[in-house]
Design a protein around this ligand. Structure first.
Ligand SMILES: [Zn+2]
Length: 440
């Protein structure tokens, strides 16, 4: 089998012992990593050899996003979550067409790839458009079609027959050998009836599919539900209704107590931690250190680009340890390795992709090259310092090249197969129309 051999100054594997290889070679065959190690030990191979220099690492994994919200980026700034959703976001999104979602997703997927994000887990409507857009741009997609209802009714997100429609969509598009896998995206237990959430969870389990749901994002959102259930916590209520059984990705999970975290650990619930969104909307600080100490997988997410306002996951890599440290007043509470692990292999597991997010033999070849010839990466006097530079100073501007499943999608900071200028122009026109038509 022919392989492509990439030579780099460093390979940061993000494997279990977090090895940093120097003067390294990375072989890719048929979309997967066939060998990785020190160049001097590389086996003979047939195929091309590409001298890259720089540092190779796994592509970043955005574990929670609503990417077509690029079209409403920046709107409603300064409002608390419920007002922000009901007075600005949902009125604008209510005007959105499938064609709008297609362009919003194309723009966001381009933004992600250019900053080194190679996988995204999306909760949104217009799932067919999101699949088409992700394939156009070349990003790996976990599509969890949204189910959303009570708070804003009408045409945006009617729930009738939605479970059957998503099961059909799963049958059509879910294929772990390609770039697309499919789950279910019920918005939350404060938006949807519990019985419906239970039905969705059961349908997801039947297909061994991911259930992706917002949980305890803000302090008060669960008050009505908890009052109806004799003061039990939202997590206890979800568990009693079978909603946490199966492969569950709980976005946010900010307002959890010790018992709630025990339930997560026991049910093997995964968490999408979105520190920038949680800070921007003043939602709170998730206790991810405590969760990870219990063995819970925690990925990093941007959340929708309207609550962030960008899709560059490097900010989450920096801010998640900053937030943990300042909350606990403990500079040792989260390491650069922890942050990079969450952004890659742990996040990948959290969204159901167990064979990507790390540079080791057999893994899917989703990787990025960072330019090290840059002021913020100097000096390096030992390996840990280089890893620290990547976590604390890394950003999308250091990413020069990106591969997804072995295919190069960004070369020398440009998308190889996509017209970014057109996506920017389309998104500007469409975003303006949504604002005007909704009167917001
Ligand atoms: Zn969200």
């Amino acid at each position: 089998m022919t392989t492509s051999r990439y030579l780099a100054d460093y390979v940061l594997t993000c494997n279990a012992d977090f090895s940093l290889l120097k003067n390294a070679a990375l072989d890719v065959a048929d979309g997967r990593i066939s060998w990785v190690g020190e160049r001097s030990e590389a086996p003979p191979h047939e195929g091309s050899t590409i001298q890259l220099g720089g540092l190779l690492m796994p592509g970043l994994v955005n574990s929670h996003a609503h990417t077509p919200m690029t079209l409403v980026r920046g709107a409603g700034d300064g409002l608390p979550l419920m007002d922000w959703l009901t007075k600005v976001m949902w009125p604008r999104e209510g005007q959105m067409t499938s064609e709008d979602a297609l362009w919003g997703m194309r723009l966001g997927a381009a933004e992600m790839l250019l900053s080194g994000v190679t996988s995204t887990c999306e909760m949104y409507l217009f799932e067919e458009a999101l699949v088409e857009a992700s394939q156009d741009v070349g990003i790996r997609l976990v599509m969890t079609p949204g189910i959303i209802s009570a708070l804003h009714g009408d045409s945006f997100g009617a729930t009738d027959n939605r479970i059957a429609a998503i099961a059909d969509f799963h049958a059509q598009h879910h294929d772990p050998d390609t770039l697309v896998t499919v789950g279910f995206g019920p918005h939350s237990a404060y938006d949807l009836p519990l019985e419906l959430c239970s039905e969705v969870a059961s349908a997801a389990r039947d297909l061994d599919a991911l259930l992706h749901i917002h949980v305890c994002e803000t302090q008060d959102e669960g008050a009505a539900l908890e009052a109806q259930h004799g003061g039990e916590s939202t997590i206890e209520i979800l568990a009693q209704h079978g909603i946490l059984d199966g492969k569950v990705l709980a976005a946010h999970s900010v307002w959890l107590n010790e018992t709630d975290m025990e339930i997560y650990a026991q049910k093997r619930v995964r968490v999408a931690h979105c520190p920038v969104s949680n800070m921007k909307l003043a939602s709170g600080t998730a206790a991810i250190q405590a969760m990870r100490a219990k063995g819970i997988d925690v990925g990093l997410g941007t959340d929708g680009p309207a609550s962030n306002d960008d899709l560059d996951l490097w900010q989450e890599i920096k801010i998640s340890p900053l937030l943990a440290r300042v909350t606990e007043l403990d500079a040792s509470s989260m390491t650069p390795q922890d942050a990079l692990t969450m952004a890659t292999v742990e996040g990948s597991r959290a969204i159901g992709n167990d064979d990507s997010g790390t540079l080791q033999i057999g893994a899917k070849a989703d990787f990025v090259r960072l330019e090290l010839d840059n002021p913020t990466f100097v000096p390096v006097t030992n390996d840990d310092e280089l890893i620290a530079h990547v976590a604390w100073s890394g950003s999308g501007r250091h990413v020069t090249d990106v591969w997804v499943q072995g295919t190069q999608v960004v070369a020398n900071r440009r998308l190889t197969n996509f017209d970014l200028e057109r996506a920017i122009a389309e998104s500007q026109t469409r975003g303006l129309r949504l604002a005007e038509d909704s009167g917001t």
